[in-house]
Design a protein around this ligand. Structure first.
Ligand SMILES: Cc1cc2nc3c(=O)[nH]c(=O)nc-3n(C[C@H](O)[C@H](O)[C@H](O)COP(=O)(O)O)c2cc1C
Length: 159
């Protein structure tokens, strides 16, 4: 039976990483949201995408600025993920970061980051599909990612 609960629960069986999509508001203050719906889209040109809910109060701020940074969260950054998943307020009081591509926040200790410019926003039910051109990026080859699976955080186990 395709209930909302069954949809959420079944899709929760698809494991993902977690990213913090960050940007700045009109006053230059950092904004961000925790996102698991992140994916690569195209190599040439280099495009990525994420899917913010239409109820997000943070995405309209990011859309106005037109640029964002995708921060791939590392094991141990669950607190950052939780802080960025709470609507409203100052989400960055206990998050250390530095300005990166387009001056958008790069969070300290992340596995990788990608500085992006929004190229298109597509309507998709109660979410949008946001496509961004990757302008700059870097990765830390020694850091392990934070994983999200069945509504819980996990880390990569050696095979
Ligand atoms: C692990 C995790 C993954 C999430 N993935 C998404 C997502 O892909 N899209 C989305 O809109 N919200 C997602 N959220 C929820 C948002 O982070 C949160 O609802 C939103 O940022 C609320 O704050 P806002 O109103 O400031 O946007 C996720 C939350 C968590 C904890």
């Amino acid at each position: 039976m395709l209930t909302k609960m069954a949809f959420r629960s079944t899709l929760g069986h698809f494991p993902s990483g977690v990213v913090a999509v960050t940007s700045r508001d009109a006053h230059g203050e950092p904004v961000g949201m925790a996102v698991s719906s992140f994916t690569s889209v195209s190599l040439e040109p280099p495009l990525v995408a994420f899917l913010p809910s239409k109820s997000s109060s943070t995405f309209p701020i990011i859309a106005r600025r037109g640029t964002f940074c995708v921060n791939v969260l590392a094991v141990g950054q669950e607190d950052i993920c939780r802080a960025l998943a709470v609507p409203g307020g100052d989400k960055f009081t206990r998050v250390s970061w530095h300005p990166g591509s387009h001056d958008d926040p790069v969070l300290d200790g992340v596995v990788a980051w990608l500085g992006c410019t929004i190229t298109s926003v597509h309507d998709a039910g109660d979410h949008d599909i946001v496509v961004g051109h990757v302008d700059d990026l870097a990765a830390d080859g020694s850091a392990d990612p934070l994983l999200f699976f069945r509504s819980q955080y996990h880390h990569v186990a050696a095979a």
